[in-house]
Design a protein around this ligand. Structure first.
Ligand code: ZN
Length: 268
């Protein structure tokens, strides 16, 4: 049997992945979470922490102006990672070699430990669930962070107060460029999308909306970015319905394999 990964290895890798810009209280909390989980036989590693604005913009370009799959909806300055206040985690096999992405009991247990240490968990979000994500916002909103404010975080472990703010100048957000004009291929999601409660949200829905917009079925005229927001709500369902009607499909407003294929054909 393969040897069990050491706790120190998990901590060392995680510290490296969190980066220098990570808030000290966030870092301390993440390390403590790894230790507590380890005691329960759960092997956790932090995969990401601080990301610079430039790194975030590069990540945002992925799947849009760069190759690859869309992995984030946040431009530089719009992610809590840009302020060193968030980490992402993954479970590892006991030998530390294999990442385990299944959100199971153990995964939720880690989130619970994280929450007991002051983190908020992305798996609790209502609209878009981000299961690997943990953050400490200290009661501030992303707009306040963008405006230059920084939270004062208090460590749950030592009552230490976080180091002085990393950066206090306002962050410039790159203007939202329309992805409709520059994008020529649409990586349409597989599977079924329909109006759910809460609404399904994600990069896949956004691609569907962008494709519908390119076909002139989905401009919510006057709305910001034509209403392309990544939520599969009634407006998206309505656009799908109209598209289906015009292409001889049963008009149920549900995006599935048949609709996907027909959209792809229509885009050619
Ligand atoms: Zn995250």
């Amino acid at each position: 049997m393969a040897e069990k990964i050491g706790l120190q290895t998990l901590v060392d890798r995680s510290i490296r992945n969190m980066g220098d810009g990570i808030n000290s209280v966030v870092k301390e909390g993440a390390i403590e979470m790894i230790k507590q989980a380890y005691k329960e036989g759960i092997f956790v590693q932090i995969t990401a922490g601080y990301r610079s604005i430039a790194e975030q913009n590069k990540l945002y370009a992925q799947g849009r102006t760069d190759s690859g799959k869309i992995v984030t909806n946040a431009r530089g300055g719009q992610s809590n990672h840009n302020y060193g206040l968030a980490v992402d985690y993954v479970l590892l096999s006991s030998d530390g070699k294999k990442p385990l992405w299944t959100v199971n009991e153990k995964w939720r247990r880690v989130a619970q430990i994280g929450k007991s240490l002051g983190f908020s968990w992305g798996g609790d979000w209502k609209s878009f669930k981000d299961y690997p994500h943990l953050e400490m916002m200290g009661g501030l909103t992303i707009s306040q962070l963008q405006a230059g404010r920084r939270p004062v975080l208090v460590s749950f472990l030592s009552n230490k107060v976080s180091a002085k703010p990393i950066k206090t100048t306002p962050v410039k957000i790159l203007p939202a460029k329309s992805t409709i004009k520059t994008k020529t291929t649409y990586d349409l999601p597989t599977g079924v999308l329909k109006v759910t409660k809460p609404l399904t949200k994600g990069a896949g829905v956004k691609v569907v909306q962008e494709a519908l917009a390119a076909l002139s079925f989905y401009p919510e005229k006057g709305a910001e970015n034509n209403g392309i927001d990544g939520y599969y709500g009634p407006k998206t369902a309505d656009a799908i319905k109209r598209f289906q009607l015009m292409h001889g499909l049963s008009a149920d407003g549900i995006y599935g394999p048949k609709t996907k294929k027909t959209i792809e054909k229509a885009l050619k």
